[in-house]
Design a protein around this ligand. Structure first.
Ligand code: IVH
Length: 728
């Protein structure tokens, strides 16, 4: 094998040949020809360095090539090539990042912390796919990079667009910045590069580069970054791409979104193709069989972690066969075919100074530990959750105690335990309040209907009069997965609420008109630039039309998270249908009413949710708040328009738009898979049989649903009939 020295001298001699004439002595034709070879050569070294981790030339020699390129371009500005390395220094600053909607959503991963959860993952996959224990099930294991995810669109091999993850559906357009990253090729090479592919991966900063960056920041009196991840994010989200260009960001590709064609039928095959195309991939990935091999991989990564030179926060396991991935599909926002196995949370000790009570959107009183600030896992922590009053008692946490604090990933830091040896004499027990600290209403612990036990959560009974609840509801309303109003964060909500400017959601949409008439309009105030207020109103106006699922989620009704909101939106289709059905359930007066049952019958919805809906809409103030958003008030136009729910792209088929009920035991696929498959084909899967049902697919031992179908004259199919029908 030729050593690094040999490779370098070889490359140097090649360079030496090209530096025959100084740049300012070249003719235009010579410069044109050399700029072409130089662009290719620099791109090759970029790939060797970033994607292959096998540089052939020293940094100084590389810099000399770049300098030569620059010198020629300065002399002949009209010769600057589309693929010139100098284009990596960044375009003119942008004012704000544009938005890009991802054709295929960028999802997150479910987590496993324990070994048993990994075995359960493999079992679950086998069961879902009906792959017997003796058949091979290959799973690709790879490090989980702690950076920020990015989607790179290549059209005919050319990098045309780069978008951050954002909320998973819509990200920010960071194309200009990404184009400055040397690790990311502007052009993919190879015969099997598809016409279109969104390559996905992680942008990160290596430890050494992070330390250098922070040292330089400190010297310049600029912001110090808490950890490499924050530094990478801060470096990428620069409005001036020139700054991004000076930060040595790196990249690993490991997934994809939309693609016109794929180069392989396995995950590992596609990643191998990425590598051939010139994209950096992580060399530590490994195809494994069975939980033992996966766990061995996990342990070896845990050992290597400190010496990798970049942050990883666990490993990721992905079912290798893409046809299996397709069949497994997704649950909520994560794929069923992959899971992240996280490293244990980092822990440290610090002193608990005090305990404060926070009041949540549904009135829950949460104790928050106020800590002596301490660094855990690269982040300074001064608040941590204590969960609830029973937890404080169970851990016997007292004010003044030294406590163990832990932080894992994005989760809120937690107080794990008390270091009793260090308990000071005067350590004080905390008395949990029985009144709400925000509105003085009684705070009570409900009794669970089923168990008869007191609920762990104490709730404020102030409801509408409680300002803390109202503020939290507003914060939820504008949050990322709800109305997503940029520029209207927690602090501004607090301020506008205290001033009486925003008391309920509809007020957000009338703020601009009212602001104009204020004695002291917002843009004149300290901390509110004219530009920032203009942007705020722009952001608000951009949300006057909203998708039904986001709208339902934004209302902040108890027990209605994103998934349930989507189930409701899918079932009702339009906001009118939703409101009518809920109003009927409220009027129905109980769980036995038909209107109540209709909602309860929706797949994924149970009594807890219907009760919560009835409670919410049974409250006239809430109905009015929703009405104020959607109906004309005092002759003014409605504040917002709610779009009917649009199903995610489905494949048109013989069952598109049909309602199907599965009952009994299916033999060839699991119930979960049958349901996922039907939904992919555009069918609606219902939990109970009614006149509206198109097909009942009856497996072995089908019971009352089959009888009901026969009574109502609904078409009954065997599992075989069904599979034939959808294969058409
Ligand atoms: S796969 C459909 N592989 O982890 C899921 N993600 O918690 C596609 N991440 O948003 C993601 N390393 O930013 C995948 N080797 C890896 C990863 C990885 C880091 C990040 C990614 C994702 C998050 C999910």
């Amino acid at each position: 094998m030729s050593g690094r020295g040999g490779a370098i001298s070889r490359a140097m001699s090649k360079t030496a040949k090209t530096i025959k004439k100084p740049a300012d002595a070249l003719t235009k034709a010579e410069a044109r020809a050399e700029l072409k070879t130089l662009a290719a050569e620099i791109a090759r070294h970029d790939e060797l360095y970033h994607a292959k981790d096998a540089p052939e030339i020293s940094d100084a020699a590389y810099d000399a090539l770049v300098a030569r390129n620059r010198a020629m371009e300065t002399r002949f500005p009209d010769l600057v090539r589309e693929d010139s390395p100098s284009r990596r220094v960044g375009a003119a600053p942008v004012e704000v990042f544009g938005k890009i909607r991802h054709d295929v959503a960028m999802l997150s991963l479910g987590n496993a912390f324990e070994d048993t959860e990994v075995a359960e993952f493999v079992d679950r996959v086998r069961r879902f796919l009906r792959v017997p224990q003796d058949d091979a099930l290959v799973v690709l294991a790879e490090p989980k990079i702690d950076g920020l995810s990015i989607s790179l669109r290549y059209e005919n091999g050319q990098l045309v667009q780069a978008a951050t993850r954002g909320d998973g559906t819509t990200g920010e357009n960071v194309t200009a910045n990404v184009k400055t990253i040397r690790a990311i090729p502007h052009r993919l090479k190879g015969k099997d590069v598809p016409e279109l592919i969104d390559v996905r991966g992680e942008i990160y900063l290596a430890h050494a580069d992070f330390r250098r960056l922070n040292a330089a920041q400190a010297e310049a009196g600029e912001k110090i970054f808490a950890n490499p991840r924050n530094a990478a994010a801060g470096s990428l989200r620069q409005l001036d791409a020139g700054i991004t260009a000076r930060r040595p960001l790196k990249f690993f590709s490991y997934a994809w979104g939309a693609a016109s064609r794929l180069p392989s039928d396995t995950q590992s095959g596609v990643v191998a193709a990425f590598e051939r195309w010139g994209l950096p991939v992580n060399a530590l990935r490994r195809r494994c069989e069975g939980p033992e091999e996966l766990l061995a991989f996990y342990r070896s990564m845990a050992e290597k972690r400190a010496s990798l030179g970049y942050d990883i926060d666990g490993v990721v396991y992905k079912v290798d066969r893409l046809d299996f991935q397709e069949r497994l599909g997704f649950v909520s926002r994560s794929p069923r075919w992959a899971i992240a196995h996280k490293f244990p949370a980092e822990q440290t000790t610090t002193v608990l100074r005090d305990i404060e009570i926070q009041v949540g959107r549904t009135g829950a009183l949460t104790p928050v530990a106020k800590l002596e600030p301490v660094t855990v896992g690269g982040v300074v922590v001064s608040n941590a959750t204590l969960h609830n009053e029973d937890e404080i008692a169970r851990k016997d946490v007292r004010i003044g105690d030294t406590v163990v604090v832990q932080r894992a990933g994005d989760v809120i830091p937690q107080v794990v335990s008390v270091v009793l040896d260090k308990r000071p004499k005067g350590a004080r027990r905390f008395v949990f309040p029985e009144v709400c600290p925000a509105c003085d209403s009684h705070a009570v612990r409900d009794t669970d209907e089923k168990t008869g036990k007191a609920d762990v959560v104490r709730r404020c009974t102030g409801g509408l009069i409680c300002p803390a609840q109202a503020k939290e509801r507003l914060k939820h309303f504008v949050s990322r997965n709800a109305f997503d109003i940029e520029g209207l964060g927690g602090e501004r909500i607090e301020l506008f609420f205290d001033e009486g400017l925003i008391r309920q959601p509809a007020d957000i949409f009338t703020l601009e008109a009212r602001n104009a008439k204020l004695p002291e309009p917002l843009q004149g105030r300290k901390g509110f630039g004219a530009k920032s207020i203009e942007n705020l109103f722009k952001a608000i106006n951009a949300r006057r039309t909203i998708a039904l699922d986001r709208f339902i989620y934004a209302l902040g009704i108890r027990h209605i998270g994103e998934t349930t909101a989507r189930d409701l939106a899918r079932a009702f289709g339009t906001v009118e249908a939703f409101r009518t059905a809920v109003a009927a359930a409220v009027a129905g007066g109980g769980r036995e009413s038909e209107a109540y049952r209709d909602i309860d019958n929706i797949e994924g919805i149970g009594e807890t949710v219907v009760d919560a809906l009835v409670d919410f809409f049974g409250e006239p103030h809430n109905t009015k708040a929703v009405g104020d958003l959607m109906e004309a008030v005092d002759g003014l136009r409605p504040q917002i328009t709610v779009e009917p729910y649009s199903r995610p792209a489905t494949v048109a088929s013989t069952v598109t738009g049909k309602t199907v009920v599965f009952t009994g035991t299916l033999e060839q696929v699991t119930r979960g898979e049958a349901k996922a498959q039907a939904e992919r084909l555009g069918a609606k899967v219902a939990g109970s049989v009614s006149k509206k049902t198109d097909f009942v697919v009856a497996g072995a031992d089908a019971g009352s649903k089959l009888t009901k179908a026969q009574e109502l004259g609904v078409t009954v199919l065997t599992e075989d009939d069904w599979l034939k029908l959808i294969a058409r």
